[in-house]
Design a binder for this molecule. Structure first.
Ligand code: ASP
Length: 334
């Protein structure tokens, strides 16, 4: 009997003292709220025709519910993130996967990343041309490789080796995107590679599961008419995506260069960790830094207690959230 008591006391000490165990143990106590928040990009989103608005609402709802079901059943935050994001990637409505914008050469080049907050493990792919769901490739990099980021042909190859679906470029290239590229290139016909449409359609998700673990993910086709080979903030851990169980999870959207230069997603976590800022204050400050450099866009966040916040400095941002406390919202305008 005595031996068992000593054993139990020792296991308790180990669980609370060793850092990864500690995070897991502490988070496991925080079981009360779980849920997720998603975005479908920020930009000039204003007075959409009712039919179009309905389509966006329906798709956001589908992605939200798919992620929520995973959490409700006791699944992992990263699985909820992937469940929500793959639906948005498969939809032609958003700038990710199937609906990706085109680079200066008329090709689709996609970026994605995912991070989990309990051990700060992360995975990303950049500049992929063929993987159907870049978020799945990012998750495979996180879970099955020793690396954090794979790029271009190597990342496509890795996805294939992992048994993920790969598609020809034609699958991704939508006539609507070809038309948009043509227009923008005609308009700027000299210095074309630097111009972009003021519309960011990147998708992202932050989830908190029943175990109190946070995960965040982001997936994008990048910026329309971007220079070939350009990589944005979405696959860069700390810029477009970040998750830490002791603070929050963040996914960003906007002109990626500014989010890279300010390490926007990581800034939120740092402000919470070192300055004890709350999620809202930290996100406001991080976006302020982006804005001060001339950047536009937005971010979604969820803290370790299940509090959700979103912020953007554009006309609108496709966004939705649902938590186990009964809150559910789907919004797009200011
Ligand atoms: N942040 C993405 C990028 O710069 C674009 C977006 O959010 O629409 O690649």
């Amino acid at each position: 009997m005595k031996k068992i008591a000593v054993l139990l006391a020792l296991s308790f000490l180990l669980l609370t003292a060793y850092k990864p165990f500690k995070t897991l143990f502490l988070s496991a106590q925080n079981k009360s709220v779980y849920g997720l928040v998603i975005h479908g990009g920020a930009g000039y989103i204003k007075n959409l025709p009712p039919e179009k608005e309905k389509k966006y609402r329906e798709k956001l709802n589908e992605a939200l519910e798919a992620g929520y079901v995973v959490l409700e059943k006791g699944g992992k935050a990263e699985d909820a993130v992937v469940a929500a994001i793959t639906i948005l990637e498969d939809s032609p409505l958003f700038n990710a996967g199937k609906g990706s914008v085109l680079n200066h050469l008329g090709q689709v080049e996609m970026d994605a990343s995912i991070m989990r907050g309990y051990d700060l493990n992360a995975g990303a792919v950049a500049g992929v041309h063929h993987v159907k769901n870049p978020i799945l490739a990012a998750k495979a990099v996180m879970e099955k490789s020793k690396h954090v980021m794979l790029s271009c042909g190597g990342a496509d190859q890795y996805a294939k080796e992992m048994g993920l679906d790969v598609m020809p470029q034609e699958y991704f290239i939508l006539p609507r995107r070809t038309e948009q590229l043509k227009k923008i290139q005609e308009k700027n016909n000299k210095n074309t590679e630097n111009s972009s449409l003021k519309k960011h359609g990147t998708v992202g998700c932050v989830a908190l599961d029943k175990q109190g673990n946070i995960a965040a993910g982001t997936s994008t086709g990048g910026l329309m008419n971007k220079k070939f080979g350009r990589i944005g903030d979405s696959p860069i851990i700390g810029a477009g995506t970040y998750a830490n169980n002791s603070t929050s999870g963040i996914s960003c959207t906007g002109t990626g260069e500014y989010f890279i230069r300010t390490l926007a997603a990581h800034t939120v976590s740092d402000l919470m960790e070192f300055q004890k800022a709350d999620l809202q204050t930290a996100m406001k400050k991080a976006l302020e830094k982006v804005e001060n450099l001339g950047g536009d866009g937005g971010m979604i966040g969820m803290d370790k207690n299940g509090k959700v916040f979103w912020i953007f400095n554009t006309e609108g941002m496709f966004r939705a959230m649902k938590t186990s406390s009964g809150e559910k919202k789907i919004q797009m305008y200011k």
